[in-house]
Design a protein around this ligand. Structure first.
Ligand code: HEM
Length: 142
């Protein structure tokens, strides 16, 4: 079980590297001047590769989490509200991941309508989610 938990933490951490960095690339993309084609292409290529890679990392991160829950029974049964609260946050994070794909498509189609400030705020969401999830799994307040 400890091996599975260790792998869960490794993949979650790696997935989050992408969730933190991809919106940061969006901030830069939103600041690229209209005529800087080379800069935009380079950032788009980076964002595209990062998105593909973080999607590959998300799958085992969630898979190992489900394994701990459903096979080893950690968080099952009554008195485990923390696991359900965590799952709600995880669903939000998967949604955030997919919103990132939509935003990337908009940049690729030269169709971005949001400011770099908006992306800076958007970038904060996974920080808050990570803080809450770690508090839930470690402190298990309910
Ligand atoms: C399908 C999604 C997920 C499920 C079902 C799941 C389930 C679990 C379970 C049952 C544990 C063991 C808790 C314990 O030993 O007390 C665990 C550990 C952990 N999970 Fe998840 N998890 C999922 C996704 C995530 C995500 C997205 C994050 C990060 C935001 C995360 C962060 C952690 C951390 C940091 C631990 C280690 C806690 C410790 O050992 O004290 N998990 N997870």
């Amino acid at each position: 079980m400890l091996w599975i938990k260790a792998l869960h933490i490794v993949f979650v951490t790696s997935w989050f590297a992408g969730l933190f960095y991809l919106p940061r690339i969006f901030v830069n993309l939103a600041m690229v001047p209209q005529d800087s084609h080379a800069e935009r292409e380079r950032l788009l290529l980076m964002a595209h590769k990062l998105y593909r890679f973080m999607t590959l990392l998300m799958v085992p991160a969630l898979g190992f989490g489900l394994w701990l829950w459903l096979y080893y029974g950690i968080g099952r049964g009554s008195g485990n509200g923390w696991l359900h609260a965590k799952l709600a946050l995880v669903i939000g994070l998967v949604g955030y991941h997919h919103v990132c794909r939509r935003l990337l498509r908009e940049f690729e189609q030269l169709n971005n309508r949001r400011s770099h400030t908006w992306y800076r705020w958007f970038n904060e969401a996974p920080v808050v989610a990570l803080l809450l999830v770690v508090l839930l799994v470690v402190v298990k307040p309910f």
